[in-house]
Design a protein around this ligand. Structure first.
Ligand code: SF4
Length: 378
């Protein structure tokens, strides 16, 4: 039913089909130092082919040069500021089976969906931290946690936040329009992996197993006129280099087709969670640094976001490399801030510092933690 409703005038699928996973992998692994140098010279205005060079093994020996360029480009475009945001989990109900997630339908955990009163209690704690940007997260349970629920909750919390981000199941274009109208500013939708064949292994049951419906979600969002869109792959499922290339290709396509929308990229590395698989293709800290720098050198305008999945040490170093927004103090269970419900978390966080101490760390590096950067009325 959902797929039939889709109103897509343009479609990334057409671009996606021009590339094969194995050929992309071969090209990335055959890049040499000359390719990397040419990509570096593009200084923030690269093509997806340049991005291939930047994420290739050949670029590993030029990481210092990449880090310096990435730092310089980020300063030029974004200045010395870091946007602070915090996730709020609305529900852990989910009808999908995803092999890497604690909320997976086959996990026998207590299911919780916050009501209005519980949400306002969460908001109270979050506001005390100082936050003005919030990310609403839920599992995928369309009957109980669908558009109607989201719209109601967005209208409920809108007076407290100037920026509301949403990370929930893929929706239809008209549903996005409704939620944007209710106050949503940003929608995040991660493809998890662009490996179409293996995607089915990680998503064996539920609506999420429809690879194509997910792949076309950014198109529906673009057509709905969303202000900002977030993309990413779940790093660790498949070869991060190839998945990241497809993410960059997707970004490049979207920017050309929906040029009024702003874009952000996240780098979630697979984290431990109850009953979940370990990474098939682990990614080292050094490789994550390479990827962050590669995105910046490829695209000077894209916002780069880092979550509490990463360790304090990594995050302390990463803020100078190209990151523009960062979360702190996150709980990944519904009701986690008010602390009354004790539901199971989606995954273990790695940086457990308070928002205050993360803000102090940012300030100690000469950067300004920004809790609010714009007003709806502007
Ligand atoms: S990743 Fe999302 S859709 Fe999959 S089980 Fe977790 S909450 Fe559900």
């Amino acid at each position: 039913m959902q797929a039939v409703n889709s109103v897509i005038t343009k479609d990334f699928r057409n671009i996606f089909e021009q590339y094969s996973w194995d050929e992309v992998a071969e090209r990335i692994y055959s890049m040499d130092a000359g390719d990397v140098k040419r990509a570096l010279e593009k200084e923030g205005n690269g093509t997806p082919e340049d991005f291939m060079a930047l994420i290739s093994p050949a670029a590993e020996s030029m990481l210092e040069q990449m880090a310096q360029l990435s730092h310089r480009l980020t300063l030029k475009r974004f200045g010395k500021v870091l946007q602070m945001y915090i996730p709020m989990y609305l529900s852990n109900e989910c009808q999908n089976i995803c092999t890497y997630c604690g909320f997976s339908f086959d996990n026998k955990i207590a299911r919780v969906t916050l009501n209005e009163e519980q949400i306002l209690r969460e908001v109270e704690v979050i506001k005390k931290f100082g936050y003005d940007h919030i990310l609403l997260v839920s599992g995928e349970a369309n009957q109980t946690v669908g558009t109607e629920y989201f719209e109601k909750m967005i209208r409920l919390i809108r007076p407290y936040f100037s920026n509301i981000m949403l990370e929930v199941q893929p929706l239809e274009q008209d549903e996005y329009e409704l939620l944007i109208n209710a106050g949503v500013n940003t929608v995040l939708v991660y493809q998890e992996t662009y490996h179409e064949e293996n995607y089915k292994l990680y998503h064996p049951k539920g609506k999420k197993s429809n690879f194509n419906y997910r792949l076309q979600t950014p198109d529906r969002l673009g057509n709905a006129g969303v202000h900002r869109m977030g993309l990413g792959a779940l790093l660790g499922l498949e070869d991060w280099r190839v998945d990241s290339f497809f993410t960059a290709l997707h970004l490049d396509y979207l920017e050309k087709n929906y040029w009024k929308t702003k874009y952000s990229i996240s780098f979630p590395r697979l984290r431990p969670a109850v009953g979940c698989q370990q990474p098939n293709h682990p990614m080292s800290d050094k490789q994550l640094v390479q990827l962050i720098c590669a995105y910046r050198i490829f695209n000077e305008n894209v916002e780069l976001s880092l979550s509490t999945r990463e360790s304090p040490v990594f995050r302390n170093h990463a803020i100078k490399l190209g990151i523009t927004s960062i979360s702190a103090g996150s709980k990944t269970d519904p009701g986690g801030y008010a602390g009354e419900l004790h539901a199971l978390e989606q995954f273990e966080i790695s940086d457990e510092r308070s928002p205050e101490s993360v803000a102090a760390m940012i300030a100690s590096q000469g950067y300004e933690p920004v809790w609010k950067d714009w007003d709806r009325s502007f």
